[in-house]
Design a protein around this ligand. Sequence first.
Ligand SMILES: Cc1cc2nc3c(=O)[nH]c(=O)nc-3n(C[C@H](O)[C@H](O)[C@H](O)COP(=O)(O)OP(=O)(O)OC[C@H]3O[C@@H](n4cnc5c(N)ncnc54)[C@H](O)[C@@H]3O)c2cc1C
Length: 332
Amino acid sequence: MYDAIVIGAGPCGCAAAITLSKSGHKVVLLEKYKLPRYKSCSGILIDKSIRFIEKKLGRAVPAFVTCTPVENRGMVLFDDGGKKYEFQSRGLNILRDKFDCWLVSLAKEAGAEVRDESAVTHIRTTETEAEVEVNGASIFARYAIDCTGAVGVSGVRPAITTYQTFNVGSADLDYHYFYAFLQPELSDYDAWFNVKDGMLIIGAASPDAKAAKLFHEKFTAFMVRNYGLKITETRKTDKWIMRKVAPPFDIDCGAGRLLKAGENAGFLNPMGEGISCALESGYCAAAAVSNALNGTRNAADVYTELTVETVNYMRRQWKLVGKMSDKFAYMN
Ligand SMILES: Cc1cc2nc3c(=O)[nH]c(=O)nc-3n(C[C@H](O)[C@H](O)[C@H](O)COP(=O)(O)OP(=O)(O)OC[C@H]3O[C@@H](n4cnc5c(N)ncnc54)[C@H](O)[C@@H]3O)c2cc1C
């Protein structure tokens, strides 16, 4: 019997496992894939996440999880009409497999048991415990925290498809920035450009899985015309999903003996920035479980209270995008 079973070894699950283990609780962290696992991501770690890691996890982000250019200087955003906005801020260009694996090592160091290649197929709860089915066997804990990202244990919910290519070449842009394009002719969601270890990443997203690739083609042609994009070789193509966010920004915090956190619970900021709210919500879920294990208050109630600022930040960010783009006007 564990105090907590944390499912999913992304930033959310790792933050939860680290926090609970540091509080002296018996924790197992379960991950579906063999670690280090791949996660499609632009890998921009914003200042909010860097500060959170320093403050709540007690560590500085190590150089070995970064790629070049190491320093991210912010985001350049183009609205519906192509008007340019520059948001300067400190950030890091990270590789998710290395970053997430580093977080897993912090969970182990804090005392959590980590099991990879452990896909959870069912979670059942009673008033007093959670039963989690993994690789055909059941394990039990006083609480479970589901941090399984966009897909989740019970399957895909409304999602946005992302389509990216990793290219050798050049473009007339400053590689220290993440570029996001909201022009409707380029995508019915968003399109982006960033650089990691010399790879030029061209991406487009759409609520329609088939359309994402077509928008990607349009966006690539746009980059060639407007930013001197030259591609000599495409090394990789990658298709993924992320949660579709919409008002009233309902977050499914879970109930009873099962809490939900990270993208699985519905936390995701605009332009696909999800690491900060994954870390914060994982930490808050763990703090709520720790509180419930030591006291009498209901874990889900405490968790909901602790995440108010994370939810408000997310709402504010989406509303800002709603003002910049008719496509996202429903966010207002
Ligand atoms: C193309 C793209 C670009 C992005 N770029 C950025 C960016 O630059 N910056 C940023 O902040 N965010 C970015 N995001 C969003 C960010 O990647 C996610 O929001 C973030 O990873 C969510 O963290 P999480 O821990 O909630 O989930 P995840 O990181 O998805 O982790 C969930 C984990 O659970 C595991 N899992 C799933 N099902 C099971 C199961 N049944 N049993 C056991 N384990 C399971 C998964 O394998 C995974 O390891 C991007 C997303 C996409 C798709």
